[in-house]
Design a protein around this ligand. Structure first.
Ligand code: ADP
Ligand code: MG
Length: 272
């Protein structure tokens, strides 16, 4: 390489850094050598570099979105056994994987007992949304309420609400496991009503609708919450017994009695 080329390479790398093009910076010499060998013209060379930068940018953005969503653990539809949960409308789940409900600001409600795959399906749907460029955040309801109360105490509620309003999809997992305090229920209601027709919600719950008052406290709040959640909503019911319990029984080849397996299942639930 001539002295002149040396100098211009250094300068080029400096400019690429300033322009924030890390992939072009890393790849330009390699691609230049290959293009020279293959007789690819200048524009073809530039095209190859731009494509590499764009692909890498998209990959990094997808990683950031996944991290920001704070999923409890990765779950996919490939590992979901639909045969074990016949009450689930598989066609509807596949349709929801296309994420059109998010563009239409519709909600998804997953209702069923503990261990029946609600969090699994909610996560699989939300991870797909993430990979399609949607901004997603996963919360357990108790965690969200705690964070809202803390934000309120620290006069950061407006900031937290602004953050939530930027999302395309908000997952509220385990609505109804613990009754909310009056303030907690009101803060939660505020999130749900702000999301209404702006941000899609996926809500998982073990509660039949008639019991929601127990958790939210007031009939007025329950009515208003249900009204917003269920307007333009896809409902998936996970009927039947716990998948963990079934798996535990299968692993033991049905040798142990049910009582001991159920006691173990209780332990697992507690750890969730
Ligand atoms: P829920 O949220 O309804 O309490 P989870 O989604 O947490 O239940 O499911 C409990 C465990 O069982 C998870 O590890 C989940 O991946 C698994 N699971 C539940 N249903 C299925 C299923 N139909 N196929 C495969 N795994 C399942
Ligand atoms: Mg769950």
């Amino acid at each position: 390489m001539s002295k002149h080329e040396d100098k211009s390479t250094v300068l080029l790398k400096h400019h690429l850094k300033a322009l924030k093009m890390p992939t072009i910076l890393a790849e330009c010499e390699k691609v230049a050598a290959r293009c020279a060998q293959e007789n690819v013209g200048h524009l073809g060379f530039l095209l190859q570099l731009c494509e590499l930068e764009l692909l890498d940018r998209e990959r990094r953005a997808a990683e950031r979105r996944l991290k920001a969503a704070k999923f409890p653990g990765p779950k996919t539809l490939e590992t979901f056994d639909f045969k074990a949960r016949p009450s689930i409308n598989k066609l509807l789940v596949l349709e929801l994987m296309r994420c059109e409900y998010i563009d239409k600001r519709e909600n998804v409600l997953l209702v069923g007992n503990s261990g029946t795959g609600k969090t699994h399906l909610a996560t699989a749907l939300a991870m797909e949304a993430c990979s399609r460029g949607k901004r997603v955040r996963f919360f357990r309801v108790t965690e969200l309420i705690t964070q809202l109360m803390e934000a309120r105490e620290e006069r950061q509620l407006a900031r937290m609400r602004a953050g939530l309003s930027k999302l395309d999809l908000l997952i509220l997992d385990e609505l109804g496991y613990v009754p909310a305090s009056k303030i907690g229920a009101e803060l939660l209601f505020d999130v749900i009503s702000t999301a209404y027709e702006r941000t899609s919600l996926i809500v998982t719950t073990n509660l039949p609708f008639e019991n929601w008052t127990e958790v939210l406290g007031s009939e007025r709040l329950t009515g208003a919450t249900l009204d917003r959640l269920t307007h333009r909503c896809h409902i998936l019911e996970t009927r039947g017994d716990s998948y963990r319990l079934r798996e535990a029984k299968r692993r033991r080849g049905g040798k142990r009695d049910e009582g001991s397996v159920e006691a173990q299942e209780g332990d697992e639930e507690g750890r969730d």
